[in-house]
Design a protein around this ligand. Structure first.
Ligand code: SAH
Ligand code: SF4
Ligand code: F3S
Length: 477
């Protein structure tokens, strides 16, 4: 295993040199006419990983690669990994085993395959990857993938061992990535990364590092480019997006509300969303945005995790349940149309029946229109993983089933109430049946309707005819 540490600091001169070096490398790689020309990226985890994969694809396309339609055809296979729950990590190793078989089969056909792993598992388990999957050519953390051109050049020079780079670099990857281009009507835009909250169950502060925000003007420029390329809806991303504090041109720190107001001024941008928010960081200015900015969609993901104050404290969350409900009430007062979603963890260490009941009570009060719920998963290195009062698997399973049944009821009820109503839908892709398009409602539901493909990436009014828990269907009006 070779560990690469590209030492950098924040000085402009040094950063310029790195940019120059990357451009030089791109030239070298192009001139070498490298044989490996097709890439395949498999993405696990959250929207941030989806965004990162899009940016990695842009780096590769700049280097002359094109996207492969299947793994078997790819000369470069990259897994962008998630470490949030145990199952995600185990799945990676079983997938890697399968890819190695494909690599061996391709070798018999005289084709070389480079395998790379990026993302949060790398940050946490770099040495494990090199040990358990020695056929992996490189492993890069979520903050170092902008160094991919250099790494590929090293592999071309046949180092032959797993190259690992999991530094938390001084430079921001965003300064070294090719421009983000529009991927259709909806685009992600990462504005903040990392997290300082250290919830006791969570790996994110260890895998993505401390919280950093991109400067205001960088975000505005990226947003403008996306809109110029056809984007109508931008979803601002961050692990803790509402604690955004990017600098403006004068070096003054600005918050998410300021950024939303600036984005609101971009002509041609029709819809804005932001995710994921931390309840304690919702301030009055942000609530006012939901009152005043029509482009801000009436859907907010605001995870509470548990309804029990004892458990919230043990989780190291900076809010209790009544503060959370108060924030929801103030947001609803600002925009009565707002629908909420949340993440829930059941079976956190020490969770009693009464604690679990408190979670169910919150669900009854908020009536979420969507939700994501998980059994607590012990993550190595996190404080909760060594708590002594772990909850039995059987109990976790039972509680998850009860919670999900309640959440599904509310979701279905909300969807059914939309039948007969007209909603603006942004069509994003072709549907399963011919002549059908699938789009998103303001509430993030999938809606399919018979529609001409000329309506792709457009916002169209659709009357809802049918509703199930997971999707709506309707007709264009
Ligand atoms: N930054 C976001 C989301 C981070 S991860 C937030 O704070 O809300 C997404 C979700 O995964 C979390 O909200 C949580 O519900 C879940 N999660 C994180 N760690 C977990 C663990 N160890 N076990 C089970 N679920 C977990
Ligand atoms: Fe993890 Fe908590 Fe940070 Fe969310 S706020 S990323 S759950 S530590
Ligand atoms: Fe997973 Fe990393 Fe996202 S652990 S949820 S991919 S920040």
């Amino acid at each position: 295993m070779v560990k690469v540490q590209l030492k950098t600091d924040n000085s402009l001169e040094k950063n310029k040199k790195i940019v120059y070096r990357c451009h030089k490398l791109q030239d070298i790689l192009r001139n070498l006419k490298v044989e490996m020309k097709k890439y395949y990226i498999k993405t696990f985890g959250c929207q941030m990983n989806v965004y990162d994969s899009q940016r990695v694809a842009a780096i590769l396309e700049d280097l002359g690669f094109s996207s492969a339609s299947s793994i078997r055809q790819a000369d470069l296979v990259i897994f962008n990994t998630c470490h949030i729950r145990e199952k995600a990590t185990e799945k990676l190793f079983s997938d890697l085993g399968r890819i190695n078989l494909i690599k061996q089969e391709r070798e018999l056909e005289g084709k070389k395959t480079i395998i790379g792993v990026i993302g949060c598992v790398v940050q946490a388990e770099d040495e494990q990857i090199a040990k358990r999957a020695e056929y992996v050519d490189f492993a890069l953390g979520p903050l170092t993938y902008h160094r991919l051109p250099e790494i590929l050049a090293k592999i071309e020079r046949k180092i032959g061992e797993t190259i690992i780079d999991t530094e938390f670099p001084a430079e921001s990857k965003f300064d070294f990535l090719p421009n983000n281009s529009s991927n259709g009507g909806c685009s992600y835009l990462a504005i903040q990364e990392g997290c300082n909250n250290f919830c006791t169950y969570c790996v994110v502060p260890y895998t993505r590092g401390i919280e950093t925000s991109r400067p205001i003007e960088d975000v505005i420029k990226e947003a403008q480019r996306l809109v110029d390329g056809g984007t109508l809806e931008i979803n601002l991303l961050g692990q803790n997006v509402n604690s955004y504090h990017g600098e403006d041109v004068n070096g003054k720190e600005r918050n998410l509300a300021y950024l939303l107001n600036r984005l609101n001024e971009i002509d041609g941008l029709k819809r804005i969303r932001y995710t994921t928010s931390y309840p304690a960081d919702v301030n009055d200015e942000l609530i006012d945005c939901h009152r005043n900015i029509d482009k801000l969609m009436p859907y907010l993901h605001l995870p509470i995790q548990s309804g029990s104050d004892v458990i919230l404290k043990a989780m190291n969350r900076r809010h209790n349940s009544s503060q959370y409900l108060d924030i929801i009430a103030r947001l609803r007062e600002a925009n009565p149309k707002l629908g909420f979603s949340s993440d829930f963890i059941v079976g956190f260490p020490g969770e009693t029946d009464a604690d679990f009941q408190a979670t169910l009570d919150v669900v009854d009060k908020v009536k979420y229109i969507q939700a994501f719920s998980f059994k607590y998963s012990r993550r190595p290195g996190t404080p909760a993983s060594v708590m002594l009062n772990q909850v039995e698997e059987k109990v976790k399973k039972e509680r998850l089933a009860i919670l999900q049944s309640k959440l599904f009821d509310y979701q279905l009820k909300f969807n059914k109430e939309l039948v007969g109503k007209v909603l603006p839908v942004l069509f994003e892709s072709k549907g399963r049946h011919q002549g059908q398009l699938v789009g998103r409602t303001p509430y993030m539901q999938n809606l399919h309707a018979d529609a001409d493909k000329g309506l792709l990436n457009k916002i169209v009014n659709v009357k809802v005819n049918e509703a199930t828990m997971n999707s709506l269907s309707g007709e264009i009006v």
